[in-house]
Ligand binder design. Structure first.
Ligand code: 5GP
Ligand code: MG
Length: 176
């Protein structure tokens, strides 16, 4: 079973909505920092930054975190996210940090991202923006901005195609 759950037009609108929600909730760009989780989240954070800088006079700061899953297959239940590389060339002190990822599942990656940010300093707050929330959290981690909530079965997977790496924008739900 394969089903398109978000097409190019829909992804564009979803990212515009999230960008505006972030601006509304954070009262503009002041102190705003977007941190994309490599690789899908990093592209999405860049897109959000571009949308925001088109409507506001200021551009939000942009950073990335490379968090790899210890097991090479993220469908396994016991994987551990491990921080590989960081690119946050500014202070996070007193900042409103938005962690951006393509998919949230158990919440373990966001937890690892929060740990990494806390090692850098003392942000004012940390929020989470994701394109797809596929449910099945194993930690008490919430999402503040969600493109699409898709309560998947555990054996289902979400494929996120982004033009920057795949030549097209599309989200597909598939089941073996
Ligand atoms: P979590 O740590 O919340 O279990 O999983 C989130 C991380 O694993 C994200 O960085 C995300 O890219 C990846 N991930 C988890 N489930 C899926 C999925 O169904 N599809 C895709 N594309 N990535 C997933
Ligand atoms: Mg990822």
């Amino acid at each position: 079973m394969i089903k398109t759950i978000m097409n190019e037009e829909e992804m564009k609108r979803v990212l515009m909505r999230i960008a505006y929600e972030i601006l509304e909730h954070n009262k503009g760009v002041k102190n705003l920092v977007l941190i994309g989780i490599h690789t899908g989240g990093a592209y999405l954070a860049e897109r959000l930054k571009n949308i925001i800088s088109h409507t506001e006079a200021q551009t939000p700061l942009l950073g990335t975190l490379d968090i790899n899953l210890y097991r090479d297959d993220w469908t396994r239940l016991t994987y551990q996210p491990v921080l590989k590389k960081t690119n946050i060339p500014f202070s996070v002190n007193e900042k409103n940090i938005i962690l951006v990822d393509d998919v949230i599942f158990t919440g373990r990656t966001i937890r690892a991202a929060m740990d990494a940010i806390m090692d850098f300093g003392r942000p004012q707050k940390i929020e989470v923006a994701v394109l797809i929330d596929r449910n099945h959290r194993e930690l008490p981690i919430m999402t503040n901005y969600v493109g699409l909530y898709v309560p998947t079965a555990k054996e289902e997977r979400i494929d996120v195609f982004l033009s920057e790496k795949d030549g097209k924008d599309e989200v597909i739900l598939s089941r073996e």
